[in-house]
Design a protein around this ligand. Structure first.
Ligand code: KG4
Ligand code: ZN
Length: 334
């Protein structure tokens, strides 16, 4: 078999990442995170695209160096086409076009959400097809049925906020930095579930988090009227209680999806799958229900180019290449 070596670039949001894959094996996964957004309490698109421009060359160089691969040995260049911030995506797409043109090699476009799911094929153990995947990130919350590597069916999706947004917006209400997900996770470990937040009733396998956001806002306002230091004094318990509710909303739908499809191969993916409460709940519930459960390695949960490289590897084998007229897509359904 000839050697397939692909350089992949991810620039859909606030992390610039590059990865090299060789014959299904990830050789490097370099990430430059943009801490500047903390000052604004969220990702500022224009600031993000400028930071991508500054980061992309050093990150690609680092990925090639770590992999021990020379540019001239690349078989293809892959990039995230969407969904994401248009200006950010544009940096990755333009860079990929330039490099592909100069090296005269093909380009592969990748759907970011599909790539989060395919992060499960980077390392063993890998789920058996078909499997269910709960993809939870800052922009998306979906349950997909994965029929084949590149054939996925969306069974349920959020009708408003994403699970990551629920964490980040809660953090904003509580005065925490952005992104608040990992901070809430850490604080929750030292707190107890003592406050009750609402579980929305949404039909089918769809999700909703905007009601929870309002519920938390009203809860904070009500208690602050009586005690201005209420949040500071109860921060850990509030975090534990909010996290517990977000996790139960996600897990209840996943249980429903498994019952409906009869599938017991169950995976989670995306930035929120780094959450220790969700990981624990999946392990416990999975054991009770006889599921085989899968969680990607921590570095492949949040945004990374290794998952883009993995997806590109499957596409390369099918000869699924794109021309130089390709444009990024802010919204991109698969
Ligand atoms: O997949 P990702 O890195 O980027 C998107 O595609 O959106 O996900 C980022 C999201 C953010 O909302 C962040 O707060 C959340 O993942 N996140 C977490 C944790 N780590 C990251 N949420 C809860 N607990 C965590 N440990
Ligand atoms: Zn993501």
């Amino acid at each position: 078999m000839s050697t397939i070596t692909i350089l992949a670039i991810e620039s859909s949001c606030d992390d610039t990442s590059a990865s090299v894959i060789q014959n299904a094996k990830i050789l490097s996964n370099c990430i430059a995170s943009q801490s500047i957004h903390k000052e604004y309490g969220g990702v500022v698109p224009e600031v993000a695209s400028r930071a991508h421009q500054a980061n992309i060359v050093p990150v690609v160089d680092a990925a090639l160096k770590k992999a021990g691969v020379d540019k001239k040995d690349l078989s293809a260049i892959a990039f995230t086409r969407g969904p994401g911030l248009l200006g950010s995506l544009l940096v990755g797409v333009s860079f990929a076009k330039g490099l592909a043109l100069s090296l005269d090699i093909p380009m592969i476009e990748v759907n970011h959400i599909q790539a989060h799911v395919l992060a499960h094929f980077i390392d063993a153990p890998q789920p058996q097809l078909p499997f269910l995947c709960l993809t939870v990130s800052g922009g998306h919350t979906q349950i997909v049925k994965v029929h084949d590597h590149l054939e996925m069916e969306i069974l349920g999706t959020t009708i408003d906020d994403a699970a990551g947004e629920a964490f980040d917006k809660t953090g904003k209400l509580l005065g925490l930095d952005y992104p608040a997900g990992p901070i809430i996770d850490k604080l929750a470990k030292e707190g107890n579930v003592v406050f009750e937040f609402t579980e929305p009733s949404v039909a089918n396998l769809d999700f909703s988090f905007s009601g929870l956001k309002t519920n938390i806002l009203q809860f904070v306002q009500k208690h602050r009227r009586k005690n201005p230091d209420f949040v500071e004094e109860n921060l850990k318990d509030i975090c534990a209680s909010v996290q517990d509710r977000i996790v139960s909303i996600l897990m209840n739908k996943l249980i429903k999806a498994s019952k409906q499809t009869g599938i017991k191969e169950v995976a989670i993916a995306g930035g929120v799958s780094a959450n220790s409460g969700l990981r624990q709940a999946l392990a416990t519930i999975g054991k009770e229900r006889g599921w085989n459960t899968y969680i990607p390695e921590f570095e492949y949960c949040t945004d990374n180019a290794a998952m883009i490289a993995m997806t590109a590897y499957f596409k390369y084998q099918k000869g699924d290449f794109v021309g130089h007229d390709i444009a990024p897509l802010a919204r991109y359904k698969f």
